[in-house]
Design a protein around this ligand. Structure first.
Ligand code: AHM
Length: 340
């Protein structure tokens, strides 16, 4: 913990100096994300007090009910990014199609964003932690024109920055521009994200496994065997591990990042390619995991960041967290790869 207050904007500017040719556009974009996050955090904190909870009438592209806070967060982030003039378009979990900005300022923008404005939405009504996840790419299309599908279908290894905001017992923003993973905690009294976790390094081996075991019967054999391994007693390897699962990716990942652990969302009967979305859930989380010394794979030997997306709402199986644990899960998956 630093001895004086250092704000998010100060750190963003410091990190920019590591890139001598940077013009400050990415820094400004990250500051805008911080601003939008503060607006959303304020609304979430008041959610229990005002009549904002409950389903809105819209159903999103995944066939799920959008709740009012999802709609609110989506609008806040889209409007803030549009106003930044640095971002030319957004792919959001809440929009079927890409949202392309076409005002003169935005058309000249250098970046596109993929985001889940309010992840873990089933937890909103019950006052459990939720999050925002974002991923920033340099556009591949020409500046001055509208963004294209190719801008959004870039593999995760092309991310220039990624992060999440965790609306928990306190609000945190964790992000990386490829120079390590850094965490900030919102000080509500001054309305600033303050540096609280300068170098986030996840333990190589943890004691937590996080997975929705309600789906166990439909998991691949390798994942079932790995879960049994986590539950077995073995003093030499500190097993059994503890099972912890909130059902909010940001919160589950954040806990494991801090303490060491593995998060898994495998294929299931109802989600044969997994549930989580590559562009705005798995890629940004994978980027942060790797920047903190962890790993992220699809359980089939493929690094998440190397998967070539084919669809903006594509889903993939997801295994992430402490390096040794993800590698062990991969070994089980490999051993039983020919079995259901
Ligand atoms: P959402 O988009 O409806 O919020 O779903 C995403 C969430 C993730 O945050 C979480 O990891 C996962 O869904 C939990 O799914 P499940 O309830 O199937 O375990």
């Amino acid at each position: 913990m630093p001895s004086r207050i250092i704000t998010l904007n100060e750190v963003i500017i410091q990190k920019q100096s590591a890139f001598p040719y940077a013009k400050g556009e990415l820094s400004r974009l990250l500051s805008h994300i911080g601003l939008a996050a503060k607006i959303v955090a304020k609304k979430i904190n008041k959610a229990g007090l005002v009549n904002i909870l409950g389903d809105s009438k819209n159903v999103n592209v995944q066939g799920e009910n959008q709740q009012k806070l999802d709609v609110f967060a989506n609008e806040v982030f889209i409007n803030t990014m549009r106003a930044s003039g640095i971002c030319v378009g957004i792919t959001s979990e809440e929009n079927d199609e890409m949202v392309l900005f076409d005002d003169d300022l935005s058309l000249d923008g250098k970046y596109i964003i993929c985001m889940d404005p309010l992840d873990g939405s089933s937890n909103i009504d019950v006052n459990v932690s939720i999050g925002t996840i974002f991923s920033i790419y340099r556009r591949v299309s020409s500046r001055g024109e509208k963004a294209t599908l190719e801008d959004f279908l870039q593999p995760g290894n092309k991310q220039v920055a990624a992060g999440y905001v965790l609306y928990g017992s306190s609000t945190m923003m964790v992000y990386s521009t490829g120079l390590g993973t850094t965490g900030f905690t919102l000080d509500n009294t001054i309305g600033e994200f303050c540096l609280s976790h300068p170098y986030m390094v996840t333990p190589k081996q943890g004691k937590i496994f996080s997975v929705n075991q309600g789906n166990f019967i439909n998991f691949p054999r390798g994942t079932k065997e790995y879960i049994k391994y986590c539950q077995e007693k073995d003093e030499a390897t500190n097993r059994p591990y503890s099972a912890r699962y909130i059902g909010s990716l940001v919160a589950d990942f954040h806990r494991n990042l801090m303490k060491g652990g593995i998060f898994m969302y495998p294929t299931t009967g109802s989600a044969p390619t997994g549930k989580l979305r590559l562009l705005y859930e798995c890629n940004p989380i994978a980027f942060l995991a790797e920047q903190a010394g962890g790993l992220a794979t699809d359980g089939l030997g493929n690094r998440i960041l190397d998967i070539q997306p084919t669809d903006i709402h594509q889903r993939v199986p997801f295994y992430t967290g402490s390096k040794d644990m993800v590698q062990r899960a991969e070994e089980f998956m490999e051993e039983y790869k020919d079995e259901k």
